[in-house]
Design a protein around this ligand. Structure first.
Ligand SMILES: Cc1cc2nc3c(=O)[nH]c(=O)nc-3n(C[C@H](O)[C@H](O)[C@H](O)COP(=O)(O)OP(=O)(O)OC[C@H]3O[C@@H](n4cnc5c(N)ncnc54)[C@H](O)[C@@H]3O)c2cc1C
Length: 295
């Protein structure tokens, strides 16, 4: 088991947008021993080697892409584990392949508060740390205390939050080599099951009423430029509902690119280029993509 290799995986199967061509390879790390084999895989595939979680923040172009992926996908899933001391904070240790909705379900059951604002984000814990995923006034950085990382030269090691650099959709561990998030520890406040559940439900209901959360998307395509809302800029530039082939900017929220079912990478990239150019021309604002573009 350990390291499972797939040749030429389809990007449409690996990403929530469901578009794009094929990558060179995908290595699934099924247990800690698989990290030994990952070193060998890294030696062979170092060029364009990228970690991938749920692929919910990735946009892949068509054709043969010169990327290889590493995915943490433990054969024996590890449930979040919590420890408490006599302080108010409760520490929860979570594997990188745990999906945020699963972590939130655990937090609800145990009445632990602090991450409710992340309700509705479909990514993995690893990907969410790498993106510093956030919404509704909070982000992953607000709860993380440390992460266990893997690099080819150091293997597995723990890093405390004060050694990491988090910003708006930005994370860096300061390593200048391929870095995989293996697991992490978060701190939460004690609350009640009912209270945490209500907060999560409120956030999800707000998102469901304003974002196409049940369609094939990758969340927000562009970051909000300083002092602006990317969605409003796109809307004002006439891109809400703008469609090319099978891809469109959502009618519900202009900053969400939606695959209507038969979209392609080329159509997605054309829409992004058109929107970036139009917003720059009309408002003098440069949009920066939040979604990771693989081309
Ligand atoms: C419906 C919908 C709603 C969304 N809402 C939000 C939102 O409100 N806020 C928000 O911030 N995002 C949102 N997103 C985007 C996305 O879900 C988040 O960015 C999420 O955190 C990405 O996690 P992932 O596992 O899918 O990462 P991926 O898309 O697989 O990867 C994203 C980045 O993380 C890196 N990465 C992935 N796994 C690891 C790992 N184990 N170790 C190191 N690096 C890794 C990748 O290399 C890549 O750079 C939304 C997406 C969808 C589809």
């Amino acid at each position: 088991m350990m390291l499972e290799l797939l040749h030429e995986p389809k990007m449409a199967d690996l990403t929530s947008l469901g578009i794009g061509g094929t990558a060179r390879a995908l290595a699934k790390v099924r247990d800690e021993a698989g990290l030994e084999e990952l070193s060998i895989f890294h030696e062979k595939e170092a060029v364009g080697l990228i970690a991938i979680g749920e692929g919910s923040n990735m946009l892949a172009a068509d054709g043969k892409l010169n990327y290889a992926f590493v995915n943490v996908d433990l054969a024996n899933k590890v449930a979040p584990e919590f420890s408490e001391d006599d302080t108010r904070d409760i520490t929860v240790r979570v594997s990188a392949d745990t999906r945020l909705p699963g972590l939130l379900a655990f937090l609800i059951r145990n009445g632990l508060s602090g991450m409710e604002g992340l309700a509705g984000i479909p990514g993995s814990v690893g990907g969410s740390i790498a993106m510093n995923a956030g919404s509704y006034g909070t982000d992953i950085a607000a709860s993380i205390t440390k992460a266990r990382l893997w690099t080819p030269s150091k293997g597995l090691f723990w890093m405390n939050v004060d050694e990491m650099d988090f910003g708006y959709r930005h994370f860096s561990a300061g390593t200048d080599e391929f870095t995989l998030v293996w697991e992490a520890e978060f701190k939460f406040n004690r609350s009640t099951e009912d209270e945490v559940k209500k907060n999560v439900q409120d956030v999800f209901a707000k998102k469901k009423s304003s974002q196409p959360v049940l369609e094939k998307t990758a969340g927000c395509v562009f970051k909000n430029p300083e002092g602006h809302s990317a969605g409003k800029l796109l809307d004002d530039a006439g891109f809400k509902g703008k469609t090319i082939g099978g891809m469109a900017f959502s009618e519900m929220h202009a900053n969400f690119l939606v695959n209507k079912g038969s979209g392609t990478g080329a159509e997605a990239l054309e829409l992004l280029d058109m929107a970036t150019e139009a917003v720059l021309k009309k408002f003098g604002v440069t949009l920066e993509s939040e979604v990771i573009i693989l081309q």
